[in-house]
Design a protein around this ligand. Sequence first.
Ligand code: BGC
Length: 419
Amino acid sequence: MPKQFLKFPENFLWGASTSSHQVEGNNHNNWSVWEKGNANRLAKIAESRYSYFDNWGEFKDQAKNPSNYISGIACDHYNKYEEDFDLINKLGMNSHRLSFEWSRIEPEPGKFNETEIHHYKKVIKALMKRNIEPMVTLWHWTFPLWVSDMGGWMNAKTIEYFNRYVQTIVAVFPEVKYWITLNEAEVFARESYLIGRWPPQTKNRLKYFTIVNNLAAAHVQAYEHIKSVNSEVQVGVANNNTYFEPVKNRWYNKIAGRILSIWGNHYFLGRVAFHLDFIGLNYYFHNPVNLGREDHVKCQYSDLRWEVCDYGIYHVLKDISMYKKPIYITEHGVADAKDYLRESFIKGTLSHIYKAMVEGVDVRGYLHWSLLDNFEWDHGFWPRFGLVEVDYKTQERKIRYSAWKYADIIKNGGFEYEI
Ligand code: BGC
């Protein structure tokens, strides 16, 4: 196959993403409380859930240990952010997506903690000093305890309180040009209110839809407020869109895939579409739709047993281009402790992003998930998503080989690829 140099635009954002609860350490929110109450249970189910993985031997000791499920000091990024931003510089990235932790900023209703706001001021300054463009998520799944106590997004009052927090923050961070109001609204609603794996572990279809609708309303209000303060800043959401691939192009798989996509990919996005300056796309999944249970070619699997399929992003991008908004890939990555798959997944995915761009899709950046190995929610610490490996005992950081390969792509503004 012929090789071609895939050249990305000069002003393309290249970066990596994190979220506060997953990296900072010492958070006190609804997740940190839930972790403590559920660590033993999660350790017990890990064995039965994953024992059929070929590579489970590498992880099972960690996964069987309840301490794996307690975020604790995580990556101690709260204290080590300068060091971590130096790594971003070393890898040549020009942007970074991070989140502000609502529970730190407003630990009690209406009482904003000036010390924590000052902390995030220093964090943003540290990025800017290094010429790294911050993209800030205002809510990445965790609540202050007083919000979860009143029912989280089930309570419509949360929309109002979230907006009070947003207004306070936006007023003191005029230097931030990219705001992401909410991370993966639908995933949160599904995991917490439909499947019931995450706090508050509810399984109720009606509540699931209430949550998605309340999140959409919260975004719309936040969007309107942020834009009224400064119409220049860019406001979006980060949405997790999946490629539902119809196996063997069977008509029934196509119909089922379309229905799943309308629900999973578009229900929330459609509600906020008129209040977006950009779409943040979090892409991980490829879900074959196979009603006839036919044999079909599978992609490789990550350590979490997710199917790692690079071409899915092309279909997802073409699909969301109908909203006619600029798109930033705000997350894309793989749990890959041995770093076997990451480089090829990045390159393969970028090649499909490139293909969509050539066909007119307006993609403006790629931010890999994640900068660091981190706390992977109800899986705890064993899945390794980082471009940078973290030794949780010593808090030492080590740049992975694939990260250097990503750095080469950034340095050259693209890469040679067989297409
Ligand atoms: C979330 C991250 C998470 C990543 C990998 C995304 O859906 O936004 O918080 O760590 O997926 O599971």
